[in-house]
Design a protein around this ligand. Sequence first.
Ligand SMILES: Nc1ncnc2c1ncn2[C@@H]1O[C@H](COP(=O)(O)OP(=O)(O)OP(=O)(O)O)[C@@H](O)[C@H]1O
Length: 300
Amino acid sequence: MSGPLLDIRGLTIGIPNRSGPPVQIVRDLSFDILPGEIFGLVGESGSGKSASALALMGLNRRPLTTLRGQALYGGQDLLAMSRRSMRKLRGDRISMIFQEPMSALNPLARIGRQIAEMFVLHRGLSWSEAGPKAVEALAAVQVPDPEGRARAYPHQLSGGLRQRVMIAMAMACGPDLLIADEPTTALDVTVQAEVLRLIRGLCERQGTAVLLISHDLGVIAQMCQRVGVMANGRLLELRDAKALFTDPRHPYTQGLLAALPRLGSRATEGRHRLADLDMAIDRDAPDFAATYLCPRGEAA
Ligand SMILES: Nc1ncnc2c1ncn2[C@@H]1O[C@H](COP(=O)(O)OP(=O)(O)OP(=O)(O)O)[C@@H](O)[C@H]1O
């Protein structure tokens, strides 16, 4: 495929307001995602990252409404698509994982059945054909004892394993785009590094592009080729990751980076072990990631 995989132009999201124009919470957001790239969207809480991702998937949280914009995917505008076409695309060509896997998993259904359902719905397999594929999908996300785990219910798994199950579901059909919204924010830092490495490895193998949403600049630095910085519903800066981290242009981005603890400064000496661990797990991460890796919650 030549050109962008997804081309978002002027996405504007708002809350309808009876006594005046809608209150805009995302304004004129434009960026594109290239086939196979990991594109990061970073910004502090409330900047509009999740609302934008959900709008792309046709899943606005009430009362949010898409007011304007286009999101061109293979010549089709996702924002103008019928619900039926969108349902076909979701989970198949474009899939999504969230911070909290329980919100996507059915607590009453066995793990294997939930993954198998992806193959039944999107690939037309019978349940008996889909069962073994679900076990394979669990093995691909490095869930130990995949056959046993396929028979388990979500509450019987740890948070890290549940996140792997959600990744298995999201990647089951080899999507073109994975939208990962704070996929590791709820996990402890060692599990976080493993899950990020897993997402990157699977997506590289399957040629899947990723829209990675995070407030954590360390995660973004480690994973992404290009990055957009959002604040107050606007995209302030869009750059190659290396350029953004070494030479931020927008004062807001400069402030975000300046507020981060850097390796080598006295305040961060105690964190060397953590960063060493991350780098050991992820040796091919860009060098600049080492400078900005910091534990979750310590970013500005
Ligand atoms: N359902 C809703 N109703 C009203 N306002 C909402 C709704 N969902 C989000 N907002 C508002 O829209 C803005 C953007 O929220 P959004 O969840 O996209 O931010 P975010 O950057 O993803 O931050 P976080 O990581 O905390 O979710 C915020 O001001 C939020 O309060």
